[in-house]
Design a protein around this ligand. Structure first.
Ligand code: ATP
Ligand code: MG
Length: 464
């Protein structure tokens, strides 16, 4: 094979990315440190040095792929080292290796890759993908024994985007940056755990000497949250985040100032109680209980029941009858004291499906009742903003007890929708948000929009 030369001197972080021994790597952080350049060169090098191997380079949509990935490939790949099929988006090298340009816009598109044999998987802007897309593609990365190569997965991303929460949890929160972390996965077919490794390599634009000063200046001028995300690569601050005012300050859990998360306390029996419910089967369900203080109308979310084992957007497929029975158990303390709980849920649970009873009916048979909540999305979101506002004493209109871990986790990271920029992204992990929204729209902050709750067929007090 001809020798080719790429005039590329990697930065220290790019070198760390190329040399990582980990199976999965996220090269992430700020905008502009050379993530895409490193990824496409990495793909080329692996294909070049390992004959008949396949690199799949993903970006969520085709326009993004053409705009930001393909130009870097043309910039760096040596002329004469490949043939490019622009219909299929494939670079083929003389040694039989190939680099496939791929997109995965819709969830169902992942099945287009069912037969793929991926040696090197590259995910550009990983937070644009869902966890289930990523997990599916991972199953296509195969260690073909005859090739004698170690397959690997290399991802790049800035903070933000609809997958922000799971990417942060999987790569960033998993351990100290740059450390190699073990991932234990149960492999059913082999009836054993398999251990792989992952690594997060953070990178900053200031570490890329090849970028011009005006690019950095542009990032400096961005609004604060975007500046922190794109210039400093901070995963706790990003533009897409809906509730940037949400504050979880452990130092103030007890004095309850300038924090929305607080230490639990015994709620007086005479406070009104509410239950908000967002049903889910293959996605998580969320049940939240809140109490409202009669003196100052503040909302206290005091308990959660969340249907996810994995901490990402995957449900636990619990039948609604079982779910209702579990809710009843959780409400035993209130019931024993004769405390009434008013339930509000997504109106869709009242729809009949497949000729069987609706979810609402099945739960009502277990004596768990709901009214149809006001599902107006934008006014519901406004209720959060109104309640999150701190008064002059630093006290908000709504607190979460710190045991509501999934509510806290998902509210923090909830992104804006790309198609409806004023609203929360309904494809994100918004179940706890929805459950609480149903409670809040039933108790709007005085002076904000009046609610219009549709009439319910169920009397929540009937069986008490
Ligand atoms: N080691 C390098 N040598 C020379 N130029 C480089 C190097 N690394 C990156 N560049 C150039 O710097 C610019 C920014 O790099 P790149 O687009 O890869 O950054 P990025 O981190 O992917 O940015 P974004 O966050 O916008 O996606 C590009 O023009 C790229 O070709
Ligand atoms: Mg890039």
């Amino acid at each position: 094979m001809n020798e080719f030369y790429i005039p590329y001197t990697p930065t220290a972080k790019q070198a760390m990315f190329h040399q990582s021994p980990a199976y999965e790597v996220l090269f992430g952080g700020s905008a502009g440190p050379g993530k895409t350049a490193a990824a496409v060169i990495d793909a080329f090098a692996r294909c070049y040095f390992h004959k008949q191997t396949n690199a799949y380079v993903f970006r969520r949509t085709r326009p993004e792929l053409l705009k930001s990935v393909l130009p870097e490939m043309f910039k760096w790949y040596p002329k004469g080292s490949y043939t490019f099929n622009d219909q299929k988006g494939i670079f083929t090298l003389a040694n039989g290796s190939a680099i496939y340009l791929c997109t995965l816009q819709h969830e169902k598109d992942k099945h287009n890759y069912q037969g793929a044999q991926i040696d090197w998987l590259y995910m550009e802007e990983l937070t644009h993908f869902t966890k289930s897309m990523y997990d599916y593609l991972k199953t296509r990365v195969r260690n073909a024994k005859d090739k004698n190569v170690q397959p690997c997965i290399r991802c790049t991303s800035n903070p933000g985007g609809l997958g922000h929460s799971w990417v942060k949890q999987y790569f960033i929160d998993a351990g100290p940056a740059t450390s190699i972390i073990q991932v234990k996965t149960w492999v059913e077919s082999r009836k054993r755990f398999e251990v792989t490794t992952k690594q997060y390599i953070p990178a900053l634009v200031t570490e890329n000497p090849y970028i011009n000063d005006s690019y950095v200046l542009e990032l400096e001028r961005k609004p604060e949250s975007l500046r922190r995300a794109l210039l400093l690569g901070e995963w706790t601050a990003f533009e897409g985040q809906v509730f940037i005012e949400f504050t979880d300050d452990q130092a103030h859990y007890l004095d309850r100032r300038k924090t929305h998360v607080i230490e639990p306390f015994p709620i007086p029996d005479h406070w009104k109680r509410y239950r908000g419910f967002d049903w889910g089967f293959t996605t998580p369900f969320a049940v939240l209980w809140a109490a409202i203080s009669p003196t100052d109308n503040k909302v206290y979310v005091y308990r959660e029941y969340y249907g996810s084992h994995t901490g990402d957007n995957e449900g636990i497929s619990m039948p609604s009858v079982q779910l209702a029975a579990n809710i009843r158990k959780l409400e035993e303390t209130e019931r024993n004291k004769g405390i009434k709980i008013l339930g509000f849920a997504d109106p869709s649970i009242f729809d009949r499906r497949d000729g069987e009873g609706s979810v609402a009916e099945k739960m009502a048979n277990e004596k768990i009742f709901f009214d149809k909540a006001d599902n107006a999305r934008l006014s519901g979101k406004d209720q959060f903003h109104s309640r999150f506002m701190f008064d002059e004493e630093g006290k908000p209109g709504m607190y979460f007890f710190n045991n509501c871990v999934n509510l806290i986790r998902t509210i923090k990271d909830l992104p804006y929708s790309m198609s409806n920029p004023e609203d929360v992204d309904t494809k994100a992990e918004d179940h706890a948000y929805d459950a609480l929204r149903y409670i809040l729209t039933s108790n709007p902050v005085p002076g904000t929009e009046p609610r219009k709750v549709p009439k319910s067929n169920y009397n929540p007090f009937k069986f008490y």
